[in-house]
Design a protein around this ligand. Structure first.
Ligand code: MLT
Ligand code: MN
Length: 311
């Protein structure tokens, strides 16, 4: 069995985003039930409902923990059900929340060496004292067993794999116009199963394009969380809310023949759920035509507080 809690469904900036005066963000602020606010993307995963792995530490992690009783301390004066945090990339929306986890309660950070370098390069992450918080490098295509602070197997198996993407925005090398200095390990997807292998879940919230290898890996999964940043590639340019296309940001888009809905249509998947949804994406609005189109294609849109149990 695998239990999943969606801690946050939105992309960087959240919904509403602090500086956005778009109609969608105004509706979210006004309490419109069809424009439900969302914090920045993260999920918590457990095989025993007791010990949890958090996938990415969003800047909203403190709020997310306070909202989820499963993540509240249960024993002693200081403790946490969070056994570990796994990082899929070095962007602000994936790592900044680590700062909420200071105060000397042990847990493990699992990440590719490229992302651990980002933490090393930013001394503020030293608030997670190295004698308390373990930093564990993970290797692409190598399955690892996450452990609790006592060293016990928490019943999950995790395999990180490479996903076409981009180096963190604040690490971009402006002199490298091709890929901004992106290297292997800058964007990873995660495959989870329980120790019995009874359920398989994939988390791919940053993906620039689909490849045959990626599709083959996803095929047959019980659940796929996938990059839902944009509905269309030029959405931010057209709405004049930004200058960048999805391709420039390292994110594929949903609609059209080259979009993710079409690209993943033939795969056998138990459930397919978009996560990391940008505040410009109309699918955040439950009364939008785009949301209806997405649902008609068999997709769901993650929301804060969504709970799933596999199988
Ligand atoms: C992204 O997903 O592209 C990043 O979160 C962008 C950002 O850091 O603002
Ligand atoms: Mn992001």
């Amino acid at each position: 069995m695998i239990r999943v809690l969606v801690l946050g469904a939105a992309a960087g900036g959240g919904f509403p985003q602090w500086n956005s005066n778009s109609e969608a963000c105004r509706r979210a602020r006004a309490g419109d039930a069809r424009a439900r606010p969302a914090t920045q993307a993260s999920v918590a995963i457990s095989a025993d409902n007791v010990r949890w792995l958090v996938v990415n530490a969003a800047p909203d992690l403190r709020e997310q923990i306070n909202r989820e009783t499963a993540l509240h301390p249960k024993t002693g004066l200081r403790s946490s059900p969070i056994a570990g945090v796994i990082l899929t990339n070095g962007d602000v929306d994936a790592v900044a929340g680590l700062l909420n986890l200071r105060e000397r309660t042990p847990f493990s950070i699992y990440a590719h060496a490229r992302i651990l370098e980002v933490l090393e390069a930013n001394p503020i992450f030293g608030v997670l004292a190295p004698d308390v918080v373990r930093r564990v490098p993970c290797t692409l295509e190598e399955t690892f067993v996450p452990r609790d602070v006592g060293g016990n197997d928490i019943g999950l198996r995790v395999t990180p794999f490479a996903v076409p993407g981009k180096i963190a925005l604040f690490m971009e090398d402006a002199h490298d116009s091709d890929d901004f200095g992106t290297q292997e390990g800058d964007t990873v997807g995660l495959e989870f199963s329980d120790a019995e292998g009874s359920a398989r879940l994939l988390y791919i919230a940053n993906c620039a394009r689909l490849t045959d290898m990626l599709c083959a890996r996803c095929n047959g999964a019980d659940l796929l969380f996938f990059d839902g940043t944009l509905w269309r590639d030029d959405e931010m340019v057209v709405s004049r809310e930004g200058q960048k296309t999805g391709q420039r940001m390292g994110h594929i888009f949903m609609t059209g023949p080259r979009g993710s809905i079409a690209g993943l249509a033939e795969l056998a998947l138990g459930r397919r759920i978009f996560i990391h949804i940008n505040n410009t994406n109309p699918v955040l609005l439950s009364d939008s035509a785009e949301r209806r189109e997405l649902e008609a294609a068999g997709w769901e849109v993650a929301y804060d507080g969504m709970e799933l149990t596999l199988p």
